[in-house]
Design a protein around this ligand. Structure first.
Ligand SMILES: N[C@@H](CCC(=O)N[C@@H](CS)C(=O)NCC(=O)O)C(=O)O
Length: 210
């Protein structure tokens, strides 16, 4: 299987980490977003949204990182994607929450304003956008922290692809100014998930623009 992605993006990193954890080889090709490679005609033919990541498995092409994770995890039996309807719906629920709220309204805007802009010289963070994202982060993190106060992992108290999905944006927490310090259960859970070797095996090398 071939994965096209941008290494520093949590959306690519979580897919690569999952495949590494499952020992499923991926032929990885960088799509350099800083050079506009996502808009090259060959890439747009695979992913007309002009975003990363994209998976190609023979004649099957798939974009949207959470769908890619479910597909990769379906390649072989694994407790990370249990074969029962309730577990799969529960995992999908957390992935939908990331797409609609945790990523889109909280971690994503903070990463863009405080980190990405610095790396690609896009100017100062928009403080109105930062304040709004911090407010969203605290609202969602409070709910997540309460859940993790009762559970070791997000679904069935066992590691699943839900943990990979929710944890991925937090790898940029420090640089992006995400206020994780107040959420002890989130921090404890993130330590458990992030200590899996698959994350460091697939980690980006980050260097800010001068
Ligand atoms: N919902 C999509 C989001 C993909 C996405 O926004 N990817 C970003 C990198 S994090 C991207 O490729 N952006 C390029 C652009 O918007 O031009 C997914 O989960 O795959």
């Amino acid at each position: 299987m071939k994965l096209y992605g941008f290494t520093a993006s949590p959306n690519t990193w979580k897919v690569r980490a999952l495949a590494a954890h499952l020992k499923i080889p991926l032929d990885y090709q960088l799509i350099d977003l800083t050079k506009g490679a996502q808009f090259a005609p060959d890439y747009l033919a695979l992913n007309p949204t002009g975003r990363t990541p994209t998976l190609v498995d023979g004649d099957f092409t798939l974009w949207e990182s959470c769908a890619i994770m479910q597909y990769i995890a379906s390649k072989q039996p694994t407790p990370l994607w249990p074969d029962d309807a309730r577990s799969r719906a529960d995992i999908t629920r957390w992935q939908a929450w990331v797409l609609a709220h945790w990523g889109a309204q909280a971690c994503g805007p903070l990463t863009f304003e405080n980190l990405v802009k610095k790396f690609v010289n896009l100017g100062a963070p928009d403080q109105t956008a930062v304040a709004k994202a911090i407010e969203c982060f605290n609202k969602e993190a409070k709910m997540l922290d309460a859940h993790l106060g009762k559970h070791k992992y997000l679904v069935n108290d066992t590691l699943t692809i839900a943990d990979f999905t929710v944890a991925a944006p937090l790898f940029h927490a420090q640089g992006a100014g995400m206020p994780v310090a107040s959420y002890a259960n989130v921090r404890g859970w993130f330590e458990r998930v992030s200590s899996l070797p698959c994350w460091s095996e697939t980690a980006p090398q980050m260097q800010a623009a001068a």
